[in-house]
Design a protein around this ligand. Structure first.
Ligand code: HEC
Length: 133
């Protein structure tokens, strides 16, 4: 009778090693991206129609509690969907500097969010605003 041979172990092990070796490279690249983001102080407008930018903005909208005042879809409380928000620079500034209407006040977000994040929020707000097609 022949004995079945167990598949060689070393191959598995070397695969696992290869995977582990990639991790520092990946986190290194991520670190570089983050540094790059905080250093880009110039007004570089990302593609506001990019679905990824919009969905990042939506996440931020929920995470940073914009949704508390504006509703999860921007159409509750202080409604954002029923007005003309088609001017990206205006929307960016409104979020960055804060807004006031009567007794209602929105704080400035400039020191809370990075410029890139404000652009993401801008992209999301524009995407839900009815008047910007
Ligand atoms: C404390 C409540 C509150 C929070 C939190 C809040 N907002 Fe506001 N927001 C307001 C108020 C009040 C206004 C000004 C009143 C208005 O425009 O109707 C406003 C105005 C705006 C405007 C300008 C609308 C216009 O027509 O000029 C935008 C854009 C906006 N908010 C986006 C955001 C985003 C993005 C966040 C999260 C990063 C956020 N808001 C968080 C209350 C809030």
């Amino acid at each position: 009778m022949t004995r079945h041979r167990v598949p060689a172990g070393p191959r598995h092990r070397s695969q696992r090693l290869a995977t582990t070796r990639n991790i520092p490279t990946i986190s290194g690249a991520l670190g570089l991206c983050l540094i790059g983001a905080t250093h880009s102080g110039d007004h570089e407008i990302p593609n506001l129609k990019d679905p990824e930018v919009i969905s990042a903005g939506r996440e931020l909208f929920l995470e940073k509690h914009c949704s508390h005042c504006h509703g999860a879809d921007g159409n509750g409380g202080v409604n954002l969907t029923d007005r003309d928000l088609s001017n990206p620079t205006y929307v960016f500034e409104a979020i960055a500097e804060g807004q006031e209407r009567g007794t209602l006040r929105m704080p400035a977000w400039r020191d809370v969010l990075s410029e890139a994040e404000i652009w993401q929020a801008t992209a999301y707000v524009i995407s839900i605003s009815h008047n910007s097609k």
